[in-house]
Design a protein around this ligand. Sequence first.
Ligand code: KIV
Length: 273
Amino acid sequence: MSVHKKSEVKKITTHQLQEMKNRGEKIAMLTAYDYSMAKIIDSAGIDVILVGDSASNVMAGNETTLPITLDQMIYHASSVVKAVKRALVVVDIPFGHYQGSSGEALRSAIRIMKESGGHAVKLEGGSEVKDSVLRILSAGVPVMGHLGLTPQSIYKFGTYTVRARQEAEANKLLEDALLLQESGCFAIVLEKIPAELAKKVTDALQIPVIGIGAGPDVDGQVLVMQDMLGITNEFKPRFLRKYADLHAVITNAVGHYVDDIKARDFPNADEKY
Ligand code: KIV
């Protein structure tokens, strides 16, 4: 059982997250892509569930987040929403469904909200996506921003290394964060940037800042669930803390199952009708 204080609220809203930042309570966020896992992490007390486009990697086995479609994101999100009683469910708008025009961004956000029942959307980028953010917000859909390492732009960056180490990129990131706040985003994710810069951004913003590989001085943390549970055992970035070794647990369990079948031990006399 966790000994840490969790928000007692019945349902987490964007307003609750703001209040959490205001009173200094850290926000706990994880990804999920399916009903069974979302049900477990929701009842374990997670504040925000992100139906991330990392589903493209961990669920579909793609090398990048680019191939996942809007229909596939809606499928994952609607499975998660059905399981969730307390957490705020944020859904990534996938690559190619908001960059073209703000009208397209709005149509994508509306499809996600109507067809999945998600509570908010997330998109990557700063000034380049300002019009899309404003248009989505004008329809009453809460938007979470995402700066730093933005995996949808991997072919522009060329690598998944730490972003914004240089002054010019760090300054642009801070400007973008302020712009997203002014535009009306309820929170932003900062991915893989120096901890000092993440602290500067967090101190400068009134809205919550959620970090992944952005150090401790942010308002909350997010990890990909399969990574922190040790299912994806090849992925070992410095920022990742593994809370379980499910790769070993599952390998062991399946090994026993195979052995029992081969040995004609399963099913036994009590396990039949
Ligand atoms: O898609 C995702 O999982 C994400 C997190 C890494 C923040 O965007």
